[in-house]
Write a protein that binds this ligand. Structure first.
Ligand SMILES: Cc1cc2nc3c(=O)[nH]c(=O)nc-3n(C[C@H](O)[C@H](O)[C@H](O)COP(=O)(O)OP(=O)(O)OC[C@H]3O[C@@H](n4cnc5c(N)ncnc54)[C@H](O)[C@@H]3O)c2cc1C
Length: 291
């Protein structure tokens, strides 16, 4: 679904998240002829995909999550939307709007919508603090920094294994923890059986501590997941525990930045995500008209 985007252009909106909330907002913005850049994964939403049967979504007889996701994909094609398969790792606000960093490319947008799903607020201990000081979310962007070095890698889904392979070919040694049963092997890889608990180091990553107390020396740590904690991506974003604080118009504390879906709080439901995506899109349209 990805195509080459014009990175020097300032988009009306950057929509971050390819689940129901992001899709709903992208559809509404498109109908209103807004020029958007939409980030997410080609797989859309893991959560929808994993739902065995969705029996409470208006307009549908009970439907399997995979089938609903397939319908979302068809709808994206029909609407002529483009989903850019990139992970957003940083957003900053400037006088004229926002700068979005996605897989090492910068994009400019007048508004931002965070529709990133529910994610743990900070990852593991010290992960957020060490971002850019040895912690990375992007193998393609930062892998080259670890040529001949030791790294620890958290891999949250099979689809990131090509990134693990790339890192294993670059690094001298790679400690790998996967959240699923993996048969992936490489001569440089040592598989960890216990989850990671903390990133070690004060000014730079020095290693990783596992839940059994074992400490591993490492020069860098990669976390390959489908999402990054919103407060890590966008410094200054007001949170309410693990959720982004919003008002009824889905506005965050940062002017021009909206949030929708599971990331704003419970109930974690498709109907709520779709509804908030729509509310946020209308908020964006009004905001652009005023500006
Ligand atoms: C097993 C299971 C069963 C469920 N059953 C039901 C049900 O029966 N009925 C119901 O209504 N709901 C159900 N849900 C809940 C429903 O799936 C969620 O409420 C819904 O998917 C939320 O949509 P969302 O768009 O807010 O977030 P998500 O669906 O989580 O989508 C967010 C997407 O954003 C992307 N993303 C995150 N961070 C970034 C970033 N930094 N850069 C780029 N992309 C990013 C991720 O790839 C993610 O896919 C179920 C969930 C699960 C797990």
């Amino acid at each position: 679904m990805s195509t080459e985007q014009n990175k020097t252009e300032s988009y009306d909106a950057a929509v971050v998240g390819g689940g129901p909330a992001g899709l709903s907002a992208a559809l509404t913005l498109k109908v209103h002829n807004k020029n958007i850049i939409w980030f997410g994964s080609d797989a859309l939403s893991d959560k929808v995909e994993k739902s065995e049967k969705i029996a409470n979504y208006a307009g549908f007889e009970p439907i399997g999550g995979k089938e609903l996701n397939d319908r979302f994909i068809a709808q994206i094609k029909t609407a002529g939307l483009v989903l850019t398969d990139k992970m957003v790792t940083q957003i900053t606000k400037s006088r004229n709007g926002f700068t979005v960093l996605a897989d090492n490319e910068l994009y400019k947008a007048k508004t931002v919508l965070l529709a990133v799903g529910s994610v743990p607020p900070k990852g593991i201990i010290n992960e957020q603090e060490m971002l850019g000081r040895g912690v990375s979310y992007c193998a393609t962007c930062d892998g080259f920094l670890y040529k001949g070095k030791i790294i620890a890698v958290f891999c949250g889904a099979q689809r990131y294994e090509h990134e693990v392979e790339f890192l294993a070919e670059t690094a001298e040694k790679l400690y790998l923890y996967t959240t699923y049963e993996s048969t992936f092997t490489h001569p440089n890889i040592e598989i960890l059986t216990k989850p990671m608990k903390a990133v070690l180091g004060e000014n730079r990553v020095e290693g990783i501590e596992l839940t059994d107390g074992r400490k591993i020396k490492a020069d860098g740590a990669f976390f390959l997941r489908s999402s990054v904690a919103p407060a890590t991506v966008f410094k200054g974003l007001e949170m309410n525990g693990a959720h982004i604080s919003v008002n009824r118009s889905c506005e965050t504390n940062i002017k021009g930045c909206f949030a929708a879906g599971d990331c704003t709080g419970r109930p974690y439901q498709i109907a709520k995500a779709v509804g908030e995506g729509n509310v946020a899109a209308h908020g964006i349209i009004e905001y652009l008209a005023k500006e």
